[in-house]
Design a protein around this ligand. Structure first.
Ligand code: PBG
Length: 326
């Protein structure tokens, strides 16, 4: 008549619940993505990402210091050049005085090895057409020609002080080509965080505003189809064979099954990226008073952790780190 099994017993008090909790997200596991824009006098708010800004060199430095102080494990840097600096090859990315490389140099000088400094190793922020690679005569993204640009980009970022380069363009062979270039340039210690399983997702919408992207069309010819799970394992296997030091799944929340599969298959640390659209959806609902922001943040991070990601990129990294210490 009465239940003999009572799972509620272990939920009786906060102390009991704390004792039996299986998962924790630690601040050290969070990475803060930051946008640094050229030619700004003041940080510029990003309307579709309330609370996130395009930084000036100076405010990026302060935000990186604050995040590090809060215990955040790393910083992922994206450069936003002035529109006039964009060209077909995205050459501002490789330019040592381009905005991303300048900011890397400054942050490395400032923070040394107290955080892990990561750079987005991709062309889309720097190309006038907005694609992640260079185009051939038919206007298609040219895989092998793009690899040569990525090789130069990675070496420029490593020379500027990045501890980790992060190829996010989904070109075949990008990890191997970058590893070779880094080693040849004397950067054998610079690690590669490979965006291995990266889907062509609607959730990158706000990011396009964040970096002032000029993309027309889609990335469906290089990013993965959301209908597919199996090819994520193929991508991860290839990236591991090419020398990836860490692998990433992106986006996170709608791809928890993929994170789980990759975590089971990977021999290296697994990261997941809670992308701009995930941030914006939760922020927008919270702004309307429909969900509790802090609880939704922690719950979303826990879900990604439960799925198997040991490293989580999130625009809430510093806020979450402060909440988690409490
Ligand atoms: C490509 C890149 C993108 C994001 C990170 N790296 C955009 C894209 O692939 O279209 C998206 C991140 C986000 O939405 O938060 N350089």
């Amino acid at each position: 008549m009465y239940p003999t099994d009572r799972p509620r017993r272990l939920r009786t008090t906060p102390a009991l619940r704390r004792l039996v909790a299986e998962h924790d997200v630690a601040p050290r596991q969070l990475v803060l993505p930051m946008f640094v824009a050229d030619g700004l006098a003041e940080p510029r708010p990003i309307a579709s990402m309330p609370g996130v800004v395009q930084h000036t060199l100076e405010t990026a430095r302060r935000a990186a210091e604050d995040a590090t102080e809060a215990g955040v494990g790393g910083i992922m840097l994206f450069g936003v050049p002035e529109p006039a600096a964009k060209d077909a090859d995205g050459s501002a990315g490789c330019d040592p005085s381009g905005i991303l490389n300048r900011s890397l140099r400054q942050l490395r000088a400032d923070l040394g090895d107290s955080t892990v400094l990561m750079a987005d190793t991709c062309l889309d922020e720097f190309t006038d057409h907005g694609h992640c690679g260079v185009l051939d005569e038919q206007g298609r993204v040219d895989n092998d020609a793009t690899l040569e640009h990525y090789a130069r980009l990675a070496v420029a970022q490593a020379s500027a002080g990045a501890h980790v380069v992060s190829p996010s363009g989904m070109m075949d062979g990008q990890v191997g080509r970058i590893r070779g270039a880094l080693d040849d340039a004397g950067h054998a210690d610079v690690a590669i965080l490979a965006y291995s399983a990266k889907y062509a997702s609607a959730l990158y919408g706000p990011f396009r505003e964040a970096v002032g992207s000029s993309l027309k069309g889609t990335r469906a010819s290089y990013q993965q189809d959301p209908a597919n799970a199996r090819e994520s394992l193929r991508e991860v296997t290839l990236d591991l064979a090419e020398g990836a030091d860490m692998v990433m799944v992106k986006p996170a929340m709608m791809y928890l099954d993929i994170i789980r599969d990759v975590a089971a298959a990977s021999t290296v640390p697994v990261a997941a990226y809670q992308v701009s659209g995930e941030y914006s959806m939760i922020s927008a609902a919270a702004e309307r008073g429909w969900i509790d922001l802090d609880r939704a943040i922690l719950e979303s991070l826990l879900s990604i952790h439960r799925a198997g990601a040991g490293i989580i990129l999130t625009y809430w990294a510093a806020d979450a780190a402060r909440m988690l210490w409490q």
